[in-house]
Design a protein around this ligand. Sequence first.
Ligand SMILES: NC(=O)c1ccc[n+]([C@@H]2O[C@H](COP(=O)([O-])OP(=O)(O)OC[C@H]3O[C@@H](n4cnc5c(N)ncnc54)[C@H](O)[C@@H]3O)[C@@H](O)[C@H]2O)c1
Length: 337
Amino acid sequence: MKTLKIAFTGTGHISRVHARAARCLADLEAVAVVNHRPQSMAEFGAQFSIERQYASVKALLADGGLDILCVSTPNYLHAPQAIAALEAGIHVLVEKPMALDAAEAEAMRRASDRSGAKLLVAHCWRFDEEVNWLKRQIDAGKLGKILRTKGYGVHVNWGPEGWFTQSRYAGGGALADMGVHAIDVARYLLGDPQPVSVYAKIVTQYTDYDVDDSGTIWINWEGGATSIVESGWWWPHADGPEASTQLYGTRGFGQLFPTRLELPDREAAEVATVDPGYPLAREEHCPQEMYDAQLAYFVSCIREDRQPIPGAAEGLVNMRIIDAALESSRIGEVVRI
Ligand SMILES: NC(=O)c1ccc[n+]([C@@H]2O[C@H](COP(=O)([O-])OP(=O)(O)OC[C@H]3O[C@@H](n4cnc5c(N)ncnc54)[C@H](O)[C@@H]3O)[C@@H](O)[C@H]2O)c1
């Protein structure tokens, strides 16, 4: 089997997580890294034994010799770097949020469709063990039809700094950074329905950032389910950590973090709890294994010529929801998608 060659653009927090994931795969070789800051790139290269180092994605692509580009740069670079690679026939794993807006996400999808190079959007919670335990319970019908969900993408008493808080680099704030996780988890657990309409209030209340730090979103889905999603940085409290989601079905209740089901029996006036036994609080809320599974899945899609999910279609729906939420908040009305 041919070894696939992966390169990384961006050498910050999440790029290191992806580089560690790459080390777990025997049929994947980390060959190159891109960053405009030579010092940061040299450190990354030394840590992961990567000799080929470039100041731009353009220079990397001109040199060739790679199969996959992992894009872990500030959000405003996701679309241009991903599109350049896709147009060169290189498969792309791009971090969330997929892009600055749905128009950019559309352009990425078109680039992937045109070249046939695959695109995975790193909605990483789809690769989490507990999320998938809950998904199996839902798919087995344990909760009946899911009527509503409530989810959170909130940092309690802290928030990011630097480019994350500047709209020209990040596009948006807590909604694009954290809310997108909660939106995608709700959609994944619901079976990827299309959104019909969105009502939202997206504001900056806890900081003086020029991006949002607080959001409440109401999403109506095809098929009738409703999701409420909260996004926040620096909140004094949240009902659950990142990606926590509660689901209310016709037959019962299910939730993530802590992960369990409550199945009422109305006749017996009893509630049975199904506890899969995961720890109440994880050592690492975002475990390395989740990212390992994500990259292993992407490599398997490339080898078996399968369309990755979450791919461009899923990333694009999330961007449409974010765009609609911002518009709804601006005009104070429900926005149809
Ligand atoms: N899925 C997740 O769990 C998760 C977690 C953290 C971050 N993210 C996403 O990953 C992306 C990166 O976040 P981060 O926390 O790693 O940020 P970071 O600030 O730690 O890293 C960003 C990196 O991009 C580099 N960079 C900036 N301009 C560049 C350019 N022109 N070319 C190449 N590199 C450039 C920076 O020097 C830095 O190394 C963001 O989109 C963020 O939303 C996802």
